[in-house]
Design a protein around this ligand. Sequence first.
Ligand code: NAI
Length: 395
Amino acid sequence: MIIEPRTRGFICTTAHPVGCAENVKNQIAYIKSKGTVVGPKKVLVIGASTGFGLASRITSAFGSNAATIGVFFEKPPAVGKTASSGWYNTAAFETEAHKKNLYAKSINGDAFSNEIKQETIALIKQDLGQIDLVIYSLASPVRTHPENGVRYKSTLKPIGDSYTNKTVDFHTGEVKEITIEPGTEEDIENTVTVMGGDDWQLWINALMKADLLSENFKTLAYSYIGPKLTEAVYRKGTIGRAKDDLEKMAFTITDALKDINGKAYVSVNKALVTQSSSAIPVIPLYISLLYKVMKAEGLQEGCIEQIHRLFNERLYLDGIPTDKEGRIRIDDWEMKASVQEQVAELWQQATTETLPEIGDLEGYTTEFFNLFGFKVDTVDYTKEANEMTAIPSIA
Ligand code: NAI
């Protein structure tokens, strides 16, 4: 069928299999261009189909020839209806991995559930024995708790006072003020339940109990800090409380792993256009200014460049550099004083009229559509594409 983008708010409800495959191949080509390096050998990626999780899977497989199992929650295709982009990304990833004789299998389902954990455990036992790295890269607005069956919703709200600032509707380019009312105690608790460290711990405990973690095992989850500009809605908001909880959990998990000399880390990554970040108010305006500055300074990175640098210049060094809170920092270029000073200055000037000039709104929008396989240079969108594209080894 001919597939076109169809957007609803900050999501795109269609995806293009050929465009998604091109994106994945470009990421693989980037990693291959860097050569084989010391890295993981047998990896589980939870949240493996898009964004940082997909980049982590690609870096593991094509950077150090790792066998990978990917877990994610994506919509499969139906005749006349496209799958979600993570489905097509994974189809392309597995196809490329298998061409290189790399083990790659995937599980599509709710990673928060006991069933998917057990299914993953059975697959690791059967095919890999023990694994040496687990990447935890889930981003979800909801979590059904496996014990009490309650469906918790996360929120993106400030805490204490309402928050007013500029934001951009990146589809129209309109810059306007928005006010977000503060979250309640319940909003905070729910957001921590969905995006905090609890599920990460459940995964690692279940894998450890099944004796599937090798000596010197590592696990890594992703966090964000960001500048003062976005602090009220991000790091000091409800989602920030969840990130505090996730970061604390790294220490608890490390304690639990001491018999196998295992370690849990949190890496603080750079702000990037992904399906999750486009849903956060204020962040798209911040990102379009940030991209402009980072591109001008030659510092811009996407998910794949970030994760390649994370593996090669942090995670697989003998002594892993961390900040005083024990976190790995790969947001160092975003947080450079020279970058942040320029962004803060541009923020003051940003209006509907000035943004196309002073910000990288076009880059933002292009990257947003790229997430769904659209606006990819090398793809002819007038050609029929196979919406039924399958993932070779889906469980
Ligand atoms: P994303 O939306 O691109 O990817 C989320 C992944 O989680 C997908 O593979 C999706 O299928 C999977 N997923 C969601 N719900 C699931 C469920 N119930 N069961 C199984 N899989 C599920 O997100 P992104 O941006 O890559 O985020 C990953 C992590 O990185 C998050 O912890 C996020 O906070 C963090 N991060 C993101 C930054 C950004 O600017 N995008 C910056 C720094 C950290």
